[in-house]
Design a protein around this ligand. Structure first.
Ligand SMILES: Nc1ncnc2c1ncn2[C@@H]1O[C@H](COP(=O)(O)OP(=O)(O)OP(=O)(O)O)[C@@H](O)[C@H]1O
Ligand SMILES: [Mg+2]
Length: 281
């Protein structure tokens, strides 16, 4: 376990070097410095991304409830606060959102968490679709297109030409086509370099990755070297304790487990079926 922690720390240090930044520590990366010095250029870069055309009413029907504040957004806003606190306490930025088995609500959680985070106007948020076999983020945002996240990772198109943005501070990279062997792509060094380059250029405060289920194939496992931590979405009444336990153990071997979100919880008093809790390990 100690060896693993040392390896994780080494990987983070290597990434920080690549990004031309000191190893992330509280004092090395004060948020105020980032915001004050980098804002003008970054504002232009983000504003150059293509705006996403959205219909908020129809998106609500697809369970995207957090673009505006309100009663339905509250559970995700609570999750947002816990996530921000955990990221700040650990100097983490990149979160993989996964689950033990399919259909637990990863994409719904990723999209709502991203939109909720983006209502903090001083933050820059990135959401990237890493479910290459069964991409669903484009469906959640009701978008059609031809340039996919996989094209960015394979170097066929730039992030600047592919990502869309909502508001002023939420950039979203989606897949429009399915891929057959994403674990091969995820294992490539070049993939890590592309992600590092995106982070270095756009300086997001939070990067969310919508992943496939962990226990179904090796895609998520192959990608985990690129994140600081993982969040597990558990489907109430469906995910078994054994699956959750297995998922948590597998994740903990490769990254930090940030916590779990219990989704589709029928007994929740507000009737929306979202309930979350967060625990750091
Ligand atoms: N809290 C919820 N209440 C009701 N329905 C929900 C909730 N969360 C998600 N859903 C619905 O469950 C289905 C699966 O959700 P989603 O696509 O987010 O899961 P997923 O874990 O990303 O699935 P996959 O493993 O296929 O990627 C969707 O139809 C979604 O609208
Ligand atoms: Mg999904």
């Amino acid at each position: 376990m100690e060896k693993l922690q040392a390896a994780l720390q080494k990987a983070r240090e290597k990434r920080a070097e690549t990004l031309n930044e000191p190893t992330p520590t509280k004092s090395a990366r004060p948020k105020s410095r980032l915001l004050r010095n980098d804002k003008p250029d970054l504002t232009t870069l983000w504003a150059d991304l293509e705006p996403m055309d959205i219909d908020k009413t129809r998106l609500r029907r697809r369970k995207l409830l957090t673009i505006d504040a309100g009663h339905e957004a509250t559970p995700f806003d609570m999750l947002r606060t816990k996530v921000l606190q955990t990221l700040a306490a650990n100097d983490w930025k990149r979160i993989a959102i996964t689950s033990p088995s399919p259909g637990s609500g990863k994409t719904t959680t990723s999209a709502n968490l991203a939109a909720s985070l983006s209502r903090q106007s001083e933050l820059r948020i990135m959401l990237m679709d890493m479910d290459m076999r069964r991409p669903a983020l484009s469906n959640a945002f009701m978008q059609r297109g031809t340039k996919s996240t996989s094209d960015v990772l394979e170097g066929r198109v730039t992030f600047a030409d592919q990502a869309l943005w909502i508001g002023t501070n939420l950039a979203i990279s989606m897949n429009f086509n399915a891929m057959r062997d994403p674990s091969d792509l995820f294992l490539r060094q070049r993939t890590s370099e592309v992600l590092d380059e995106i982070e270095k250029t756009y300086k997001p405060n939070v990067m969310l990755f919508d992943m496939p289920p962990l226990l179904v194939n090796d895609d998520t496992s192959a990608f985990l070297k690129n994140v600081d931590c993982a969040m597990i979405v558990v489907e109430a009444g469906v995910s078994t304790l054994e699956q959750v336990d297995m998922c948590e153990k597998e994740l903990a071997e490769q990254t930090n487990v940030m916590g779990m979100v219990l989704n589709k919880c029928r007994f929740h008093s507000d009737g929306y079926g979202y309930y979350s809790y967060n625990k750091s390990y």
